[in-house]
Design a protein. Structure first.
Length: 549
């Protein structure tokens, strides 16, 4: 079954509420001073849990610690106050009865008129009292997400049961209503329709609140065949969706999957310091070479003459509540020979779906097993009007074969970061077992198209398996009856009708030329060593050819 690759734009609600209810706290009349405040309450509507978190959001110019009491159904409860966040919260350790709940918040500052706010919410008749434990697939997806956080040196996030429940319930809504399963569908993966089956909240924010989660909530959504851990990789590669994975201020996540719908809920806390995160990671030795456009909105919509595949997206994103705008002043990408790479640039100036970040796309796929240098010149404008410019430079290296980086990352992210985030060259190893159905590149298995064979005592490998293992390209030249192998500046013509080969235009002689076996070009290991300069070893005990390059 072919994977479904319709991915939909990540939506992050940077703040849970706007303080729409405003007032002022006045001193007694003999004073001429006043202080303003604003507040919001949560939950306000129907909740689907019997132990919801009750929150009073309070924004004020006063700096003193107030005297406060929260009442639930007329009884005082032990609410906690977080001055930095401006929140008073209480989560009951007992089940609330189904039906209407009354909350009252009383706040007093010395010398000011007290604040007294009341509101109600309703516990649904089918409200749950406990959350289902995360299943193995959810845990694998959560671990994959944190692998990226480790790779980029960001704080790992926690899994939250309420967000898991919200993600799973929304995935079920999408599945039950077959949302976005046709090109004609106008329904959003992020918004629910109250007239449809399983509705429990229009926005990610409302859906989180339904399960008693009252902090900021954003959402990634994908319609894709594959386990959650694989969807995590697909979303990370999609440049718009990569944003929340690298947000330093994300604290908690929830993941859920029903059918081919995967939902990831992110909870963030706004923070003031600027945080610039660039990707790919500096020094990464296993960066993908290309991007096939599995993204919506389509990054190439503003480059209409361009087609996929393009090179792997390079991103620079500023995080922080005081960041207002980011401008790209200049961008360069050069290969190891200092040759410039042609670029497509998406910025807030030409891409309405970017705000505080930029996207740089190489016009063509990058070369395998090649090192590149990035230079970005950025200007960030803050909400107070101040600006600063920053030049960010770093190197990365592409992987020799597709998916090696992700597989090695998810084996052990900490070890990956230590071993493969480096400017030092690393040796690659490809191993072909003569009796095997797969080969290994740097310890990662890949299916073999044709098994190796032995002819007249020499081991022969299928040219296309070999090229894939070494990060090269190969084409068949029917006129020459030869396979043409290319990698970086190397071009090798492997003739199948004579004892010759050609290396960058120079003809060489060999006793073991390439052969056509059936319709497939097979290359002897001895010739491989001669023309590529690779170190080739044969291990008789395991009948394995090991190539180090």
């Amino acid at each position: 079954m072919q994977p479904k690759t319709n991915l939909f734009k990540y939506m992050l609600l940077l703040s849970l509420v706007l303080f729409t209810t405003c007032a002022s706290l006045a001193f007694p009349l003999q004073h001429a001073h006043a202080a303003s405040y604003g507040y919001e309450t949560a939950p306000q509507n129907i909740v689907g849990v019997t132990k919801p978190t009750i929150t009073f959001y309070f924004d004020t110019t006063l700096t003193a610690i107030p005297v406060y009491t929260m009442y639930l159904n007329g009884e005082p409860v032990a609410a906690s106050y977080d001055k930095a966040k401006g929140t008073f919260t209480f989560t009951p350790d007992y089940n609330l009865k189904r039906g209407t709940q009354k909350v009252r918040m009383s706040i007093a500052y010395t010398g000011f008129q007290p604040i007294d706010v009341s509101w109600t919410f309703t516990v649904a008749e089918n409200a749950i009292s406990d959350f289902t434990a995360a299943d193995p697939e959810q845990l694998d997806g959560f671990a994959a997400l944190n692998d990226y956080r480790v790779l980029y040196g960001l704080p790992t996030v926690k899994m939250n049961g309420r967000l898991n429940a919200s993600a799973t319930a929304h995935a079920k809504y999408l599945y039950d209503n077959k949302i976005q399963q046709s090109q004609d569908s106008m329904d959003s993966l992020h918004e629910e329709n109250s007239s449809k089956k399983g509705f429990f909240g229009k926005t990610p924010l409302e859906r989180g609140a339904y399960f008693g989660y009252t902090s900021a909530v954003g959402e990634d959504a994908a319609y894709y065949s594959g386990p959650i851990s694989q969807v995590i990789d697909v979303l990370f590669d999609a440049p718009y969706h990569r944003n929340p994975f690298l947000n330093p201020y994300i604290k908690e996540v929830g993941v859920g999957k029903v059918g081919d719908y995967t939902i990831i809920e992110f909870s963030s806390e706004s923070d003031t310091p600027d945080a610039l995160v660039t990707s790919p990671a500096a020094g990464d030795r296993y960066v993908p070479t290309s991007f096939n456009g599995d993204e919506q909105p389509d990054p190439l919509r503003i480059h209409q003459s361009e087609v996929y595949p393009v090179g792997y997206p390079i991103m620079a994103q500023y995080y922080g509540s005081e960041v207002k705008k980011v401008k790209l002043l200049g961008a360069e990408l050069v290969d190891s020979n200092k040759t410039p790479v042609a670029l497509l640039m998406n910025t807030p100036d030409n891409d309405s779906d970017l705000s505080n970040g930029v996207m740089v796309l190489p016009r063509q796929p990058l070369q395998s097993d090649s090192t590149y240098h990035v230079k970005l010149n950025l200007e960030v404008t803050h909400r107070d009007g101040s600006t600063k410019t920053e030049v960010k430079e770093w190197d990365f290296t592409t992987e020799p074969a597709a998916q090696i980086g992700k597989k090695k990352l998810h084996q052990n992210a900490a070890e990956y970061k230590q071993a493969y985030l480096t400017l030092n060259p690393i040796a690659h190893t490809a191993s072909f077992g003569l009796n095997a159905s797969s080969y290994k590149v740097d310890g990662i298995d890949f299916p073999m198209n044709l098994s190796p064979v032995i002819v007249d005592g020499s081991s022969y490998l299928y040219i296309r398996d070999l090229a894939a293992a070494l990060g090269a390209n190969v084409e068949w030249n029917d006129q020459l009856r030869a396979a043409v192998y290319t990698k970086k500046g190397l071009k090798v013509t492997l003739y199948t009708t004579k004892n010759e080969y050609e290396l960058n235009g120079a003809t060489g002689q060999t006793d073991t030329p390439a052969k056509l076996i059936g319709e497939s070009t097979m290359v002897p290991v001895r010739l491989l060593a001669e023309v590529l300069g690779a170190k080739v070893d044969y291990m008789e005990a395991t009948r394995t050819v090991k190539i180090t390059y």
